[in-house]
Design a protein. Structure first.
Length: 295
């Protein structure tokens, strides 16, 4: 199996964070931090975090539930989760210094060329959490160790954006499944399909997990966003002797037609008034190529 780097998609990661648009109370909080944390601001304003392109998939999340973001970095995306998903409780889980030490690795502009301190990133996440409308809890832990502390059915949804290697993603998905509520949803970032048809570890882990645990991919777009649900929560089995409904329920496939063709599934989830992000040219063709790899 070939893995794809993200290099072929640099042009698709153009939206950057605009710190000036954050609430005044958060900007004031930044002013109280030491100069060290200015490195965090630089990374957020110059790194390609694709905040707008990541909003569309959140329309699939059930409102007023308990959710978690696994892989938080500076918490830049957390207020968006709060705004759109409207959780009653939101866990923000990241290992920060437990994994990276004093500074994040060199992920280019994303981490300001190794200048982003893990303490600064965590402080930024804590600051944002303190001003959210929901009850937000910042947790310093590896994903697996934290998920194993949760009870069965504790989480209604999880946004996964942590380690992107195949084995790590697959392990995270299994751990999430063990604590995901009925009709819960798992979604996340960085599932990339190259123009050559190559895929990255996230894509391979998604497909492997879905076949292993009987989940369906209900959303996969050209901005790296994906969502999966248990098959039984998507396709409702009607007993043979049941009375026919007066109006058959129609559930539209999410975003990409190639998924329905490749999984023999025409079911998905309800839509909302959040407009889906525009897909990069040629993405659907590359997506169909992705599923041919597994035929």
């Amino acid at each position: 199996m070939q893995y794809a780097s993200n290099d072929g998609y640099r042009e698709e990661k153009s939206a950057v964070a605009d710190i000036s648009e954050e609430p005044t109370k958060i900007r004031d909080g930044w002013d109280e931090l030491s100069d060290m944390y200015q490195e965090v601001l630089t990374a957020e304003s110059s790194g390609r975090h694709r905040i707008n392109q990541r909003r569309s998939v959140l329309r699939l999340v059930p409102k007023n539930g308990v959710g978690a973001e696994i892989g938080v970095f500076t918490g830049l995306f957390a207020p968006v989760l709060d705004e759109i998903c409207k959780p009653t409780k939101l866990y923000l889980v990241d290992p920060w210094d437990k994994l990276h030490g004093t500074h994040f690795p060199d992920w280019g502009a994303y981490t300001n060329q190794v200048r982003v301190p893990t303490a600064g990133a965590k402080k930024a996440a804590e600051l944002r959490a303190s001003y959210m409308s929901c009850m937000a809890e910042v947790v310093t832990a590896f994903s697996g160790e934290w998920l194993k502390t949760q009870n069965k059915g504790a989480l209604d949804w999880v946004y996964l954006d942590a380690n992107h290697k195949f084995d790590e993603v697959l392990s995270d998905l299994r751990d999430i499944d063990a604590v995901l509520a009925e009709n819960g949803i798992i979604l996340g970032d960085d599932a990339w399909v190259q123009k050559t048809g190559e895929i990255n570890g996230v894509c391979e882990a998604l497909y492997t997990f879905c076949r292993e645990q009987n989940y369906l991919i209900i959303h996969l777009d050209g901005h790296g966003q994906w969502a999966i649900k248990r098959t039984r929560d998507v396709i409702k089995v009607v007993p043979a002797d049941a009375e026919p409904a007066s109006e058959p329920e129609t559930i539209e496939m999410s975003n990409v037609t190639g998924i329905a063709d490749s999984t023999s599934n025409r079911e998905a989830v309800e839509t909302s008034d959040i407009k889906p992000a525009a897909q990069p040219a040629g993405f659907v063709a590359r997506l169909r190529g992705l599923f041919k790899v597994f035929e």
